[in-house]
Ligand binder design. Sequence first.
Ligand SMILES: Nc1ncnc2c1ncn2[C@@H]1O[C@H](COP(=O)(O)OP(=O)(O)OP(=O)(O)O)[C@@H](O)[C@H]1O
Length: 296
Amino acid sequence: MEPVVCEKLTKRYGSVVAVQDLDLTVRSGEVYGFLGPNGAGKTTTLRMLLGLVRPTGGRVLLHGRPPGDLTGVGAMIEGPAFYPYLSGRDNLRVLASYAGVDRRRIDVVLDLVDLSGRSRHKYATYSLGMKQRLGVAAALLKDPQLLILDEPTNGLDPAGMADMRALIRRLGAAGSTVLISSHLLGEVEQICDRVGIIAHGRLIEENTVAELRGGAGLRIQATPVEHAASWLRLVLGAPAVSVVDGALDVTVDPARSAEINESLVKAGVSVSELRPRERDLEQVFLELTGGESNGR
Ligand SMILES: Nc1ncnc2c1ncn2[C@@H]1O[C@H](COP(=O)(O)OP(=O)(O)OP(=O)(O)O)[C@@H](O)[C@H]1O
């Protein structure tokens, strides 16, 4: 059973379409980045996943069950709420007793989020990064199979962001399924297996970071370049080959690079460089989202 499946998920607020016909699947064990500019519809989607907002259309299943049944699901959405004058540990104790969670789990989650050393200090004295990590600890109390985090690095300084990234990587490496939303591409590309990009309420791309970055292609420096281009157009078809800034951009599975190299050499071309094409992900993101800035 996939941890998250959305089919044609739609939410309208009056005339505002917050989310439209969203198909999205999060697979077991992956860290999935749900990416989009502010106002794109991320929070609305996550709220529908958790049963906090009723969809106008379409459906959501978490582990095959409708939203509302949050067995095996932990979430941190729109900033955690804690008692400022209680310690981090005591805040977790309160939550654990509400949730019927064994107290021994508190030490485990404090350790996971790297807060054991400060757990007896008052919540009010925590940095924003520590507050966010305590929020993740709270979401982990019930040892969920699926963790949903809405903008977990929002407002954090670079060190706080790095700590949060490291935490999510640890959770992913331990086999948890994690869905995180973000408006910062750089933040998710380093930690996510797959990324879904949403703009104006629609999912416009869903792919692995490697695929997004590489497209499927090779960049080749060869001389004479026009001869190389003609040859590859014969072999691969004209649309697959273009000459950009004196080099060849070739749409082909990068796994075929040795074969392509050999073919060019046989055709009398000298190949000085042949590597998978890397796209500037920031550029891809801006193109896909219509060039909107990340700020409000
Ligand atoms: N309760 C509501 N009533 C009316 N419109 C809403 C409501 N909640 C969200 N919207 C609108 O729906 C759209 C999507 O908002 P949403 O908060 O889901 O975006 P987001 O991608 O999470 O952005 P952010 O990161 O800024 O929260 C926006 O145009 C927003 O103004």
